[in-house]
Design a protein around this ligand. Sequence first.
Ligand SMILES: Cc1cc2nc3c(=O)[nH]c(=O)nc-3n(C[C@H](O)[C@H](O)[C@H](O)COP(=O)(O)OP(=O)(O)OC[C@H]3O[C@@H](n4cnc5c(N)ncnc54)[C@H](O)[C@@H]3O)c2cc1C
Length: 402
Amino acid sequence: MASTRTTRSAAPGRHPADLVEMGRLLRTQPDAFPAASSQDDAEAKAERHDVVVIGAGQAGLSVGYHLKRKGIDHVILDAAARVGDVWRSRWDSLRLFTPAKFDSLDGFRFPADPDTFPTKDQMADYIESYARKFGLPVRLNTRVEALRKANGRFGVETTDGFYEADQVVVAAASYQKPRLPGFARDLDAQVFQMHSREYKNPAQIPAGPVLLIGAGNSGAEIALDLARTHNVYLSGRDVGHVPFDIAGFLGRKLLVRLVVRGMFHRLLTMRTPMGRKFRSKMHGHGMPLIRTRPGQLERAGVRRIGKITGISDGKALADDGTKVAFASVIWCTGFHSGFDWIDLPVLDEHGAPRHRFGKSTDMDGLYFAGLHFQYAVSSTLVSGVGRDARRVAGWIAAARKG
Ligand SMILES: Cc1cc2nc3c(=O)[nH]c(=O)nc-3n(C[C@H](O)[C@H](O)[C@H](O)COP(=O)(O)OP(=O)(O)OC[C@H]3O[C@@H](n4cnc5c(N)ncnc54)[C@H](O)[C@@H]3O)c2cc1C
């Protein structure tokens, strides 16, 4: 079968907004991998498994753990050089907003004081040791470039060979491709801009006022980090916040359990009317602020402004009438699903999978893990992904028997 896929590349001289969108400013550089010399050759040499899992983050590893317990042959493919690199690549000062007692994957406790908030590198090392502890069959430096049907099975085309499987789990996260608003192109090409995914620390950002666009959890936490060295405007609608201090004594000892286990895991699920309502409200708006509190932003000197509606004379116009001059922009505007490599009729008009609790509603044998609100708010959290993974592994086992 001849491949119809072409390698995307970012042409020189493009507007920086295009480069952010195309992934050129990101660490992931698909172009860095050589293409297979011949698609037919690659398919003929296919490596065959019962199940291929795509993604070795917490979601893919959780699926691997449950498949392994059931004795099901599988392989877990990941583009990264090291398990945990998604966490390692996040900004330097990031600590999890969930305390260690809610940061364990199934079968292995997070090795830290349960009431402390792990750093992003501790989390990266934990999931790396999770893969090692259970001997999960992870193949690194293996980016999946296409998923399609081949020879009556699933065909998985990667940068390091071709795989065939009876069943496939996509655990590559819903948050792969930075999303930018249309007016990104109205910015002067000289303005320094990056997506939150590229942000590491204030030293990256030139002197002068910084406009953070998007006031969800990432926007608010990056605003606090940057306010130590820069004048910061945080723009976007108020997404609400957890009504107590999650890092305070009572928060850590008691209240965080109510939020993470009670609300996010048990109450706000696809099986409850409240959960379904919350899900549709959350759609496109993200979670309420979990750890950052509005007063904290104010005390740090972060100036809250409305939603940016456009750019005029080099200034940003907000829907509350504010007009601000800025030297840099950080887009905290979220992500597209980034599933354009799935060459199967299983995605909706927004590129998101049609599924019920992670099982494709269009194609037998295809599953997802770690999707935004896959079953509950906790589906994308460390503490919740195991339940979804267990369910997926159960379906896979049942399909093999049937
Ligand atoms: C800033 C931030 C802070 C967070 N803090 C918390 C927290 O405190 N507590 C909590 O419970 N949750 C937190 N989360 C949510 C969640 O735990 C993380 O987003 C987590 O990384 C999601 O895990 P995942 O396995 O679904 O996806 P990822 O960690 O993104 O892993 C996906 C994997 O798939 C691989 N991949 C992607 N595409 C391909 C492809 N085409 N081929 C091969 N491999 C591919 C990637 O390399 C990656 O390794 C946070 C999220 C963010 C963004």
